[in-house]
Write a protein that binds this ligand. Structure first.
Ligand code: FMN
Length: 155
């Protein structure tokens, strides 16, 4: 079965972003993860100060259905502004054990990034597909390392 990867950028309504996004999305995150699990869709959602980036990975039809579901959500500022950065067949999943990993990269939330990736954050609207995929790969690597550390420390 062919694996597909879709990455998009969108602007979320400011009132959603001004709340705690974990909270704003938390009401849905649980449901989102369940829906993604049922569909075999994995990926990540990144919040910046003004935009979100989402990576959706799964079988082509299912990944596309998740994208359509995500795009139809009224929390996007304007549906027509949802910008597909990349859409391609993939050999493996970056977030193979996360139905929807959530990363808060708003400026005052202090998550450290390597300098070439940190440069994306002040101007998320200008980030290229390559920038965003590199950011996704970095976060997935960080996550895998954390899992490994937990396993070694048995926590
Ligand atoms: C930023 C964002 C990301 C989303 N990601 C997904 C997704 O990965 N899969 C999915 O099925 N729906 C996704 N959605 C769509 C919503 O979960 C969907 O509209 C849901 O039915 C809304 O439920 P609620 O009204 O209970 O919050 C996303 C929506 C937003 C705003």
């Amino acid at each position: 079965m062919s694996l597909y990867q879709i990455c998009y950028r969108s602007r979320i309504k400011p009132d959603v972003l001004s709340q705690d996004p974990e909270d704003a999305i938390a009401q849905t995150t649980h449901r989102l993860r369940r829906m993604n699990a049922l569909n075999g869709v994995t990926g990540a959602l990144i919040f910046t100060d003004t935009h979100v980036f989402q990576l959706i990975e799964g079988q082509a039809e299912r990944a596309t259905a998740s994208l359509e579901c995500a795009v139809a959500d009224p929390r996007h500022e304007r549906h027509e502004d949802v910008e597909i950065l990349s859409r391609k067949a993939a050999e493996y999943r970056l977030f193979h054990d996360s139905w929807l990993y959530f990363a808060d990269l708003r400026m005052d939330h202090g998550r450290e990034l390597p300098s070439q990736l940190a440069m994306i954050m002040p101007r998320p609207e200008t980030a290229t597909a390559a920038d965003v995929l590199a950011l996704m790969a970095y976060i997935a690597g960080d996550l895998a390392e954390a899992h490994l550390t937990n396993r070694i420390l048995q926590i």
